[in-house]
Ligand binder design. Structure first.
Ligand SMILES: Nc1ncnc2c1ncn2[C@@H]1O[C@H](COP(=O)(O)OP(=O)(O)O)[C@@H](O)[C@H]1O
Ligand SMILES: [Mg+2]
Length: 289
C-alpha cells in the first residue's frame, strides 16, 4: 500500500512542467553564485538543468530523490559520494542512458525527457561520455576509434575526420600511438583515446564516470592531466564523478556531494573540503583523506 502511494507521488511529479528558461536561469544564478568558483553572468543560462530528477528501478528501488542541479557553460562540476549513492545513475539520466522516472533534464533549455529516437541520437552527439571501462573498438586503431563517430554520425569526410583525430590524439599526448590498436596501449592510453574520441565530436558537455577507477595507480596521473587540460584550456563543460580528491580540489569549480540519492551538499572545493557543512560530507571526506 505504502509502496503504491510512493510511486504514485513520483509519477505525479512528472506532469509538472520544467521551469520557463528565464525563471530557471534567474533562480540558478541566485542559487549557484556562492557555490561555484566558475564565473557566470546574469544574462547566461545554465547549459544543463536537472530539475526534480527521480529515478526508481523496478518500481520500488528509489535511487535518485528530487535531484536539482544546474551546470553553467564552461563549469567543471565534480560529483563525490560513496558507492551506491546514485552518481552513475544521475550521469546516465543526463544523456538518457537511463530514463528518469520523474523530473526534467534540459540541455541548453531544451527538454530531453520524452525525445524521439532520432532526436535522442542527435542529443548523444551533444553530450560526450567517458566511462570507467574505455569501450574502444578492439579491431580499430586509436585513430580509427577517434574517426568512426565523426564519419558515421557526423557524416564528416574521411580526410576531415582523420585530421581531427590526429589533432585530438596530439592533445592527449598520443600522436605517436595513432596506428596502435587498444591491446597495444596501456589502460591510461586507452582512456586518453576514449577522451579524444569524445572531444572529437565537439559535444556541449562531457560526462566522466570514474574515468580513472579501473587504472593502475601510475597511469592515473596522465588521464587526470588530460582532463585538467580540457577543463582549463578548452573551456569544456564537465561533470566528473571521481574519487580523486586532489583533482576535485584543484580542478573543480564546484563539488557536489551525493549520498542516498540526494545532493547532500555542494560548494566551492575549498569550502566543501575545509568546512563541510553536513556531517555526512565530513565523514565521507574524513574517511577518504
Ligand atoms: N539497472 C539497475 N537496476 C536496479 N538497480 C540499480 C540499477 N542501476 C543501479 N542500481 C542501484 O542504484 C543504486 C545507485 O547506483 P549507482 O548510480 O551506480 O551508484 P554510484 O555510481 O554512486 O555507485 C545502487 O543501489 C544500485 O544497486
Ligand atoms: Mg558509479
Amino acid at each position: 500500500m505504502c509502496a503504491r502511494k510512493a510511486s504514485a507521488n513520483v509519477v505525479a511529479k512528472a506532469v509538472e512542467p520544467a521551469l520557463p528558461a528565464e525563471e530557471a536561469a534567474a533562480r540558478a544564478y541566485a542559487h549557484d553564485r556562492d557555490l561555484t568558483s566558475h564565473h557566470f553572468s546574469l544574462d547566461e543560462h545554465p547549459i544543463v538543468r536537472i530539475e526534480h530528477l527521480n529515478k526508481t528501478f523496478d518500481g520500488h528501488t528509489q535511487v535518485l530523490r528530487d535531484v536539482n542541479l544546474d551546470v553553467w557553460p564552461g563549469e567543471v562540476v565534480v560529483v563525490l559520494g560513496p558507492s551506491g549513492s546514485g552518481k552513475s545513475t544521475m550521469l546516465r539520466c543526463i544523456n538518457l542512458l537511463e530514463t528518469p522516472t520523474a523530473g526534467h533534464i534540459l540541455l541548453k533549455d531544451k527538454e530531453l525527457t520524452g525525445l524521439s529516437a532520432s532526436e535522442l541520437s542527435k542529443l548523444r552527439q551533444d553530450i560526450g561520455m567517458v566511462f570507467q571501462g574505455f569501450n574502444l573498438f578492439p579491431h580499430l586503431t586509436a585513430k580509427e576509434n577517434v574517426m568512426i563517430g565523426q564519419t558515421k554520425v557526423l557524416k564528416k569526410s574521411k580526410e576531415e575526420a582523420e585530421a581531427e583525430a590526429i589533432k585530438q590524439l596530439t592533445d592527449v599526448g598520443l600522436a605517436d600511438r595513432a596506428d596502435f590498436k587498444p591491446a597495444q596501449l596501456s589502460g591510461g592510453q586507452q582512456q586518453r583515446v576514449a577522451i579524444a574520441r569524445a572531444v572529437a565530436m565537439h559535444p556541449d558537455v562531457m560526462l566522466f564516470d570514474e574515468p580513472t577507477s579501473a587504472l593502475d595507480p601510475e597511469l592515473v596521473r596522465g588521464v587526470l592531466d588530460v582532463m585538467r587540460d580540457l577543463a582549463e584550456n578548452s573551456g569544456m563543460t564537465m561533470i566528473v564523478v571521481t574519487h580523486e580528491m586532489g583533482f576535485a580540489r584543484e580542478v573543480a569549480d564546484r563539488v557536489v556531494f551525493m549520498e542516498g540519492g540526494v545532493v547532500v551538499e555542494q560548494g566551492k572545493p575549498d569550502d566543501v573540503f575545509d568546512h563541510p557543512q553536513n556531517e555526512r560530507t565530513a565523514a565521507f571526506l574524513g574517511n577518504i583523506e
